[in-house]
Design a protein around this ligand. Structure first.
Ligand code: HEM
Length: 417
């Protein structure tokens, strides 16, 4: 078994690419552990399945960031936008959270989400056509850039009711705001935040005046429990964009990578159809958890999680979903990609925690599943000879403990595709 490093450096490239051996060692010794981080701080990492579910369901683990009370006044539009994002419901506890959550869940009803299927099909087909043209022209393409990134942003555009003409701008700003810190000049990132802030402010005013059939209009016009004020709606628009695109991008990219490296599983999905694709999506969520960890929690009092794990009050705690989803006590042979775990029948595996657990369980889980189960079969049907054009173990991954997925996925297609 790999020895646990003294200090965890989330920026380390090989950790970002494959954090699983580290988590396995930690989980088997101390599934709730105080860990030293490379930035000089300490954090509690929760890596066991049972412990993760216990923490996420326990109100003594607060979602309100500690600095929220005394944060300096934002003095630029970009800082205002960031401060606004920080006010969203994922950063709140009951009872604020309960009200925001009820309104959001009503807007994301199964009926409304399922009605997006034909649009997701059209958007996927458009991207597949562009990808075919790119492959024809260049011989290879990056599946993250051409498929996994743009599709979720376009779908969030549908959710928010962003007019078609503005979609390219939304895509460009989102790309800049979500780029790794070193990839763009600071000015470009700030400008994108400012543009998004201005754009969403205008969008909310427009939806108030003339609601559309989109989910966001439903949220703008739901006046139960007093409805949402403009600040809350703005925070919600940012939250939906950021909670919805990077996670789904990672799911689409990781699932594509798993299928390209497991040709028997791809063949089985092609042969067996929708139920098997649904199982592929479920197993990809478990095996390659797109959110490596939840958002940070903070203990409001000392909490005893049993087996010697006593977390003091005021501690920063991270539930590591990626690790819980590979806990061998719940998932036999946890490192294997085996979609048949999620086939129908009594053998079906335990529910994974890729969408979290408890009061903050992902509002967009149905949409994310629908998106992946709609888009992946269409992508692989369009390019039966698609191949990975890189060594899978050398692909770059985004650093950090929060999100996880390949940053690039170079592919080629067979000449007949
Ligand atoms: C594969 C894709 C996705 C994954 C893996 C994912 C995962 C998660 C997780 C783990 C949480 C809980 C975080 C925590 O407890 O700290 C969460 C919350 C949330 N997600 Fe997702 N998500 C995905 C897609 C989406 C989409 C498409 C949307 C909406 C368009 C969305 C909207 C939200 C919202 C609003 C919350 C906050 C819920 C609350 O605070 O009550 N997510 N998501």
């Amino acid at each position: 078994m790999a020895a646990e490093p003294e200090v965890l450096d989330p920026a380390d490239e090989s950790f970002a690419r494959d954090p699983y051996p580290y988590y396995a060692a930690l989980r088997s010794q101390r599934p709730v552990a105080r860990v030293a981080l490379a930035n000089g701080t300490h954090a509690w990492l929760v890596t066991g399945y049972e412990q993760t579910r216990a923490v996420l369901a326990d109100p003594r683990f607060s979602n309100v960031p500690p600095q929220a009370a005394g944060r300096p006044k934002p003095d630029s539009p970009a800082q205002r936008a960031r401060a606004c994002l920080a006010r969203h419901m994922l950063n709140s506890d009951a009872p604020d959270h309960t009200r925001l959550r009820r309104l959001t869940s009503a807007a994301f009803s199964p009926r409304r989400v399922d009605a997006l299927r034909p649009r997701i099909e059209d958007l996927t087909d458009g991207l597949v056509r562009d990808l075919a043209a790119r492959l024809d022209r260049d011989g290879s393409a990056d599946l993250v850039d051409a498929f996994a990134f743009p599709l979720p942003v376009l779908v969030i555009g549908e959710v928010l009711g962003v007019p078609e003409a503005d979609r390219d701008a939304l895509r460009a700003w989102t790309y800049r705001v979500g780029s790794p810190a070193d990839a763009l000049e600071q000015g470009a990132v700030d400008e994108a935040w400012t543009r998004l802030y201005g754009y969403f402010t205008g969008l909310i005013a427009e939806k108030r005046r003339a609601p559309g059939g989109d989910l966001f209009s439903a949220l703008v016009h739901d006046s139960s429990e007093g409805g949402l004020d403009d600040g809350e709606l703005l925070a919600m628009a940012f939250l939906l964009l950021f909670a919805g695109y990077e996670t789904t991008m990672n799911l689409l990219a990781s699932a594509s990578l798993l299928l390209l490296t497991h040709p028997h599983e791809l063949a089985a999905a092609r042969r067996e159809g929708p139920d098997r694709w649904a199982a592929v999506v479920e197993e990809a969520l478990r095996h390659a958890s797109p959110l490596e960890g939840t958002t940070w929690r903070r203990t409001t009092e000392a909490v005893d999680l049993g087996a010697g794990a006593r977390i003091p009050a005021g501690a920063s705690v991270l539930a590591v979903l990626a690790s819980a989803n590979r806990d061998p006590s719940r998932f036999p042979d946890p490192n294997a990609f085996r979609p048949d775990r999620y086939g129908a029948g009594p053998e079906r595996a335990a529910p994974h925690v890729a969408f979290g657990h408890g009061p903050h369980f992902c509002v967009g889980s149905r949409l994310a599943r629908l998106e992946a189960a709609t888009a992946l079969p269409r992508l692989f049907a369009a390019f039966p000879g698609m191949r990975l054009a890189a060594e899978p173990t050398q692909l770059p991954y985004r650093p950090g403990l929060l999100v996880r997925g390949p940053r690039r996925l170079p592919v080629t297609a067979a000449p007949s595709d």
